[in-house]
Ligand binder design. Structure first.
Ligand code: NDP
Length: 332
């Protein structure tokens, strides 16, 4: 067994937190040879519920789970943490403008960024799940000057996984055969699911799609909107938001970051832009990334179609607007 690492989960008593914690304790995120110490962060009103989750975690008798502690103070919750899953955030309430939502979350993520800066382990890795995830990650990063900005990421893996599932379904292929998918931009309705590089068991996806009579029309009117609006569809059908698939995607995100992407394939993560693909340097935007030995790299070799480039530009404008709204309020 490896030496234990500390994992902090925020919004731990929430739905996605509940769906994540037991699987982290089971080794599904960091591997079956990696013991974990869990630290759960909740707001004071939800602290008791998190204590209940901690009791259930104990009752799981997970061999890899060394300890579980519950906090309502960010600095304590992030003490020594190697992995931060920032899931809790303020949901949009009736009548709330987008700017209000950004501001409410800026209050949370600036405090958490500062606490991470103070207390986390030197090699901490952070994934933000709570929406608006990209900008929340940017805010946290800007309040953590001692943590390299590359360590702050946001989750677009659920969009990525949804896109893989749509392609597998449309082509009648096992999902494991679908590779080289990319989600670009913001985790919002402007996201850009891009199948141009996708291969299915090594064959170009367009060849496989055209054998089934599916062409550009299907990509534009079915594939892209289905991926972007899948969350709303789940709510309509299930009567509740996508929780287990979101938790699973968060685990996938960290798993691949630490344990690597398969040879020849990549994944999608929202990470700080180095200015490539026309995304302003410093914004947190989704890119194709390759992970190896605990580090990720933006894949610079992808050809963007004109259409994808145009869509990405509008997603980047949205990210820019979110950043500017927060900046204008003096929160960045
Ligand atoms: P969930 O656990 O269902 O969701 C948590 C966050 O994940 C939300 O921001 C949600 O965004 C986001 N999310 C990202 N991807 C998805 C997806 N595919 N489907 C659904 N949600 C997604 O929320 P709960 O309300 O159950 O739990 C939130 C917890 O956070 C509560 O226990 C609360 O006490 C805590 N909290 C903590 C705060 C803090 O740390 N200071 C502040 C506020 C709340 P979206 O809203 O867009 O659905």
């Amino acid at each position: 067994l490896l030496p234990p690492v500390t994992v902090t989960v925020t919004g731990a008593a929430g739905q996605i937190g509940y769906a994540s914690l037991f699987r982290i304790a089971n080794g599904d995120m960091l591997g079956k040879n990696q013991p974990v110490r869990l630290r759960l962060l909740e707001i004071p009103q939800a602290r008791q519920a998190a204590e209940g989750t901690a009791m259930e975690l104990a009752d799981g008798a997970f061999p890899l789970l060394e300890s579980v502690d519950v906090f309502d103070d960010a600095a304590q919750a992030f003490d020594g943490t190697g992995f931060g899953l920032l899931i809790g955030s303020k949901p949009r309430q009736k009548g709330m403008e987008r700017g209000d939502l950004l501001e409410a979350n800026a209050g949370i993520f600036s405090v958490q960024g500062a606490a991470l800066n103070e207390a986390a382990a030197d090699d901490v890795r952070i994934v933000v799940v709570g929406n608006p995830a990209n900008t929340n990650a940017l805010i946290a990063s800007s309040h953590a000057p001692d943590i390299p900005s590359e360590r702050f990421t946001a989750m677009t893996r659920l969009d990525h996984n949804r896109a893989l599932a749509q392609i597998a379904h449309a082509t009648g292929s096992p999902v494991g055969d679908v590779e080289r998918m990319t989600i670009w931009g913001n985790h919002s309705a402007t996201q850009v699911p891009d199948l141009d590089q996708v291969t299915i068991a090594g064959r170009p996806v367009r060849d496989v799609l055209s054998e089934r009579g599916l062409g550009e029309e299907w990509v534009r009117t079915s594939f892209i909107p289905t991926v972007a609006q899948r969350g709303a569809e789940i709510i309509a059908v299930r009567g509740g938001s996508s929780v287990a698939s979101a938790a699973h995607a968060a685990l996938d995100h960290v798993h691949d970051w630490v344990l690597g992407t398969p040879d020849g394939d990549w994944t999608s993560m929202a990470v700080v832009s180095d200015g490539s693909y026309g995304v302003d340097e410093g914004l947190i935007s989704s890119f194709p990334v390759t992970c190896r030995s605990g580090e990720y790299e933006i894949n610079h070799g992808v050809d963007l179609s004109e259409d994808a480039r145009r869509r990405l530009e509008s997603s980047v404008s949205e990210l820019r607007e979110e950043r500017d709204t927060i900046r204008a309020k003096g929160l960045l």
